[in-house]
Design a protein around this ligand. Structure first.
Ligand SMILES: Cc1cc2nc3c(=O)[nH]c(=O)nc-3n(C[C@H](O)[C@H](O)[C@H](O)COP(=O)(O)O)c2cc1C
Length: 325
């Protein structure tokens, strides 16, 4: 399959792995890229720019294919050294950066000067247009279904993708709720030129996370995610567990008076305990509704090959059979 996205990023298949805190290590990024997609290291999971430089070098040891680094600008508890991370990305010879959280205007001149392609992940058409206007090469359009931060507009991809197609000139990929060939073909039909997946890539052999997390995703249905931190305008879609129930109870109790400190114990600094130690009830961790469509733990290559061959089947067999001469 050849689209503006495969051409732009110099990849074989129009499938991208989104940055994921404490999931997007070199092992996963390299596995996705080696399978013909675009893997992604999560920049801020690395504690310092020097650690990121090291992670980029590790990824380069595992793949000679292009891969991305995610730079997330979210309200974090401590403010990261963004110029340092950008320097590590440029000096590491990374060819693609996925930005997210806030408009990446401040880092654009440095990335563009280094010849790096920028794909900005955003949850609304207005933010996608802003990304286009500041020189982003592509956008990832993240619908309400997505794991992580869906924004505050609550527009699902069935509406958001065609809306983006109507307005954007730069290419875009669908993101949120994507898992299989049906997702890819539907995304293409709605104007996207590829798809970005988060939760689906967590349930793969190479995702360097605890088996308990992969098993929890396979066991979960589409009914098992919850939205938290809406009163703080920092909404996050997470898999429900004891900590999430506690956050929701606190939100109910505090109402409009909720502060980050009220929920910090359940949401701050919990990722290593979940992803590395496999402690499934310790805190809130991002997970998409798409968990309901995930029933196995394939290798990244098995997953991507399956998506591409089933997409071929849908287009060339199923659709063709529906056309009346
Ligand atoms: C565990 C997890 C952690 C994530 N961490 C980040 C992150 O640090 N930065 C970011 O831009 N997106 C993050 N995301 C969002 C993903 O990159 C992607 O946009 C999202 O998962 C797409 O929705 P899906 O899970 O339905 O595929 C995370 C998602 C998950 C599931």
């Amino acid at each position: 399959m050849k689209t503006r996205i495969t051409e732009l990023f110099n990849i074989e298949h129009p499938i991208i792995q989104g940055g994921m805190h404490f999931v997007g290590f070199a092992e996963l990024a390299a596995a996705v890229s080696n399978a013909g997609g675009l893997g992604c290291i999560t920049g801020l999971t690395q504690r310092s720019p020097a650690d990121l430089a090291n992670e980029i070098a590790r990824c380069k040891d595992m793949t000679d294919k292009p891969f991305a680094v995610n730079l997330t600008f979210l309200p974090t508890v401590s403010s990261p050294d963004y110029p340092g991370y950008v320097k590590a990305i440029i000096e590491g010879g990374v060819s693609v950066v996925e930005t997210a959280g806030r408009n990446p205007e401040q880092v654009m001149p440095y990335l563009k000067q280094a010849g790096i392609k920028v794909i900005h992940k955003c949850t609304s058409v207005r933010h996608a247009l802003k990304a286009q206007s500041i020189g982003c090469d592509a956008v990832s359009v993240d619908g309400f279904e997505c794991g992580g931060h869906p924004g505050e507009d609550d527009i699902p991809n069935m509406i958001l993708l065609p809306r983006a197609a109507d307005e954007l000139e730069i290419p875009f990929v669908s993101s949120g709720g994507q898992s299989d060939a049906r997702s890819l073909v539907a995304s293409l039909a709605m104007g996207a030129e590829g798809m970005n997946m988060g939760t689906r890539f967590m349930a793969t052999v190479e995702a360097p996370i605890h088996q308990n997390v992969k098993d929890a995703i396979v066991a979960a249905s589409e009914l098992d995610t919850r939205l938290i931190m809406r009163p703080l305008r920092n909404t996050e879609r997470v898999l429900t567990n004891k900590a999430v129930e506690k956050v929701i109870a606190t939100e109910r109790e505090k109402g409009a008076d909720l502060t980050f400190e009220d929920v910090a114990y359940e949401v701050a600094g919990v990722y290593p305990k979940v992803m590395i130690d496999g402690d499934m009830d310790v805190g809130a961790w991002s997970c998409g509704m798409v968990a309901g469509l995930i029933h196995d733990i394939p290798t990244c290559k098995e997953l991507i090959d399956r998506i591409m061959s089933e997409a071929d089947d849908i287009i060339n067999t199923r659709f063709k059979a529906m056309l009346v001469e």
